[in-house]
Design a protein around this ligand. Sequence first.
Ligand SMILES: Cc1cc2nc3c(=O)[nH]c(=O)nc-3n(C[C@H](O)[C@H](O)[C@H](O)COP(=O)(O)O)c2cc1C
Length: 363
Amino acid sequence: MSTTSVPDENVTLRRKVQPLKIGDLVVDPPVLQAPMAGFTNYVYRQIVRELGGAGLQATEMISARGFLAIEEHADEFPDRLWGVKEEARPLAVQIWDNDPETLAAVGSRLAHEFKVSVVDINFGCPVKQITEAAHSGSYLLRDPDRVGRIVERVVQACAPTPVTAKIRLGCTRDCVNAIDVAQVVEGAGAAALTCHGRVAADYFTGSADWSLISAIKPHLKRIPLIGNGDIDSAEKVVAAFERYDVDGVMIARAALGKPWLFHQAQCALRGEPIPPDPTLAEQKQLLLHHFELVLRRFGEQKGVLLMRRFACCYAQGQYGARAFRTHAAKLKSRAEFYDIVERHFPRDGVELDPKYVRRQKAD
Ligand SMILES: Cc1cc2nc3c(=O)[nH]c(=O)nc-3n(C[C@H](O)[C@H](O)[C@H](O)COP(=O)(O)O)c2cc1C
């Protein structure tokens, strides 16, 4: 693989960034909230929507086979589709499997019954449960013909709802085949392609290679290319558009603890000053609001477990975050959550002892 190339931040916007089009859907701004299993649930999406700035939001990935089985045996839908029918649009729902017919059956339901804005297919997940056990996700990148058959069937089944694909650069560093896969995806009728600039074998190590994402673009005739990987500031969103040949940018991990990042990116892309991060007091309020919504949606037992993960994301990078995380990771009840946030959430204006500054950065 070539040298890594995460966009650096010292760039100002010199060209106007256009909204991107996924079929007839206009994604404006062209900054997308990534699908993330275990995180981008109904409540997280609501928080992002309240703060604004994401041109398109996505659900967690949903097992197409699981969808059909749950429906057959329990006459229900997967929990991950909770609220999706009524939720604000635009909204993309991501599905995974390796069987064209299964994916087409579920894609059709999502398009015509749930009326989602976009059906996205996962060809990027590197987790063994999905790859080795289910021969799905990034496992399929080794077989572009099968990717093509899947996309073609799902496109037919979902029409006129647009179908998109999310890939990695390839399975391994010896087999970077994103250009081949991208051409197959476009040829099969997809409406956009997102590429995460790592190979599956990388998992999340190293850096996303934006040069290799960008190299896909000249090979696409019709559909937009969305770049993804390691974008954690509005400046990096701007730099991605300035330095690389992409039509859109997708953000995942950084926006878990900074859901306001989309709004900052939107301002930066308009050439406006980037709003500062909320104060720590405001961040604390947002975390409590997030918790209230989670309690309403998931109840106390499940909600508290879920908030262990989110609470840890919120305080990241702040002085005292490590101590807060240690407490948050053991949360057991609603009362404990409020107590720990009150006592341990990082505060504004805490004097930093210089000997702690290095440790703070490590947090
Ligand atoms: C916890 C976690 C769950 C994820 N779940 C999904 C998923 O369901 N579908 C998917 O396409 N990608 C998933 N991803 C990958 C992200 O969408 C994204 O491609 C990756 O994190 C790189 O972007 P980032 O550097 O902005 O985080 C997941 C990543 C993480 C860390």
